[in-house]
Design a protein around this ligand. Structure first.
Ligand SMILES: [Zn+2]
Length: 258
């Protein structure tokens, strides 16, 4: 059985003390690849160091995270452009909109996101899209960017079936299902039930969004198996089927085999 964690911040300081063990546990639990989303300049060197240490296992991405869009957003965005050619990156991400904590830089977030949609299209890369408390604005951006081919993953997807269908009308999307799906009364379970399995990819977003039965502890990539089990139980299919279809989807979206 092969599982892929399509959203792992294993380069975060939370893994400073047991990085190797966390990677070993992921391998032991059938995780054959990690996709590492970028965040900003401050975290870039750590992310690259982890990708180098885990060459052939961890796949680095580059992008400016919406919560890192602040007074120096121009410099941050230029950093993405400047470093894109340094090595192979597997996605532009994570990028998107996050108005949860503040919308002070809301218009800058929208501009930075739109520019990164263009960067992804120019470089034929998928997007890793982060969205929090800005669904209306997200749909508006996708509408405004209609001329640009968009493909990627809606990371930590927790929307309704209608929202899922709406996104699909704007681009070639996969939907990153993570720990939230394992929480009691998670509304997204009803969406997952109706989604096509081939539209789903699995992710942890570790060290955050820890799935049950480890909720409250640090999350790690080996826990992606709990998500696979949850999706299997929601859809009434085997974990093996979830693993093979979602891993094939992740490999094709991020072009991990080429
Ligand atoms: Zn993330």
């Amino acid at each position: 059985m092969e599982l892929i964690d399509t959203h792992s911040h294993i380069y975060d300081e939370a893994f400073d003390d047991d990085f190797e063990q966390a990677v070993s546990r992921a391998r032991e639990n059938g995780v054959s690849a990690l996709v590492l989303p970028g965040i900003d300049i401050a975290s870039y060197d750590r992310m690259i160091a982890a990708a180098d240490r885990l060459e052939g296992y961890a796949y680095p991405c580059i992008g400016l995270h919406p919560t890192s869009v602040g007074p120096s957003w121009k410099e941050e965005l230029q950093f993405v452009r400047d470093h894109l050619g340094d090595r192979r990156f597997y996605a532009i991400g994570e990028v998107g909109l996050d108005f949860h904590w503040s919308d002070e830089f809301g218009s800058e977030q929208i501009r930075v996101f739109e520019e990164q949609i263009e960067i992804a299209a120019e470089n034929d890369l998928p997007l890793i899209i982060h969205l929090r408390d800005a669904t209306e604005q997200m749909l508006r951006v996708l509408e405004d960017m209609k001329g640009v081919p968009v493909r990627g993953t809606m990371h930590a997807f927790s929307g309704s079936y209608e929202t899922y269908r709406q996104y699909l009308s704007y681009g070639d999307f996969k939907f990153g299902i993570g720990g939230v799906s394992t929480y009691k009364n998670a509304g997204v379970a009803r969406t997952i039930e109706r989604m096509s399995l081939s539209d789903i990819i699995l992710e942890t977003d570790c060290p955050w969004l820890t799935p049950v039965p480890h909720r409250g502890e640090r999350n790690e990539s080996s826990y992606v198996r709990y998500i696979a089990e949850k999706v299997a139980s929601i859809k009434g299919i085997t974990v093996g089927e979830v693993a093979s279809v979602t891993s094939a989807g992740a490999r094709s979206l991020f072009k991990l085999d080429s």
